[in-house]
Design a protein around this ligand. Structure first.
Ligand SMILES: Nc1ncnc2c1ncn2[C@@H]1O[C@H](COP(=O)(O)OP(=O)(O)OP(=O)(O)O)[C@@H](O)[C@H]1O
Ligand SMILES: [Mg+2]
Length: 215
């Protein structure tokens, strides 16, 4: 399966979710390739830290940029069970190219940062990509929602997203939890970090199931 994690906003958790999904997939024995298509190369940095920290379970990562990305990934996808692409934070050549070959485009959205214009742009991008890629499913996942019970931003975001028929909203809401930052800094996924955070793990398992199914 080719999964793209993208969007046109920076800092919403694309790399964080891409590396966690790739590492979780890898942990249960699937042959997964992470593609870093972002010039910041943070997924690649994570993978290289991981190479040192987890010599037994490295996650292969390739950096790919430019218009040749789609053809390269299509070829790589024949050699891996899953390809997870971190496409970076703007409307880029890489994002558009990846959307022509992905089966799932996952757009993380941060409730405190997002607005209707963000959704408008995403919906347009998806419509354009679906003209070429009829298999493409586009989904939005709420990330970094407040853990404070009185903050209702995630619920408000859900209501707005529900208005966009072509943007499927994932049920899981991922909340702002320090372990996401700590694990990523160490080349790990949240499940591997020494101090476990069961709430974060539950959220990631739910995300994993929505993305990959139960397999
Ligand atoms: N659920 C979360 N809880 C806490 N921190 C998070 C969470 N998701 C992401 N972060 C943190 O937010 C920051 C931005 O996340 P990340 O780098 O994954 O975003 P991005 O969308 O890839 O950014 P960019 O557009 O710069 O590539 C990082 O410091 C990351 O550790
Ligand atoms: Mg990133």
């Amino acid at each position: 399966m080719i999964i793209l994690i993208g969007g046109e906003k920076g800092g919403v958790g694309k790399t964080t979710l891409a590396v966690n999904l790739a590492a979780m997939r890898n942990r249960v024995g699937h042959d997964v390739l992470l593609i870093d298509a972002d010039k910041q190369a943070s997924a690649n940095l994570w993978a290289s830290i991981r190479q040192e920290e987890r010599r037994d379970t490295p996650v292969p990562c390739l950096q790919k940029r430019g218009t040749g990305l789609a053809a390269d990934i299509r070829d790589l996808a024949t050699r891996y069970e899953d390809v997870v692409i971190d496409a970076g934070g703007q409307d880029s050549v890489e994002l558009r190219a990846a959307m022509t070959i992905a089966e799932l485009a996952l757009f993380p959205i941060q409730p405190s940062l997002f607005d209707a214009a963000t959704l408008e742009t995403l919906a347009e991008l998806v419509a354009q990509a679906q003209a070429f890629n009829t298999e493409l499913v586009a989904a939005v996942v709420i990330n970094r929602a407040s853990t404070h019970p009185r903050v209702k931003e995630a619920e408000e975001a859900k209501e707005l997203i529900a208005e966009y028929r072509d943007l499927h909203l994932l049920d899981v809401v991922i909340r702002d939890r320090i372990i996401f930052r700590k694990a990523a800094r160490n080349g790990l996924c949240v499940l591997e970090f020494q101090n476990h955070d069961p709430a974060a793990e539950t959220e990631l398992h739910a995300l994993y199931r929505e993305v990959f199914g139960d397999g």
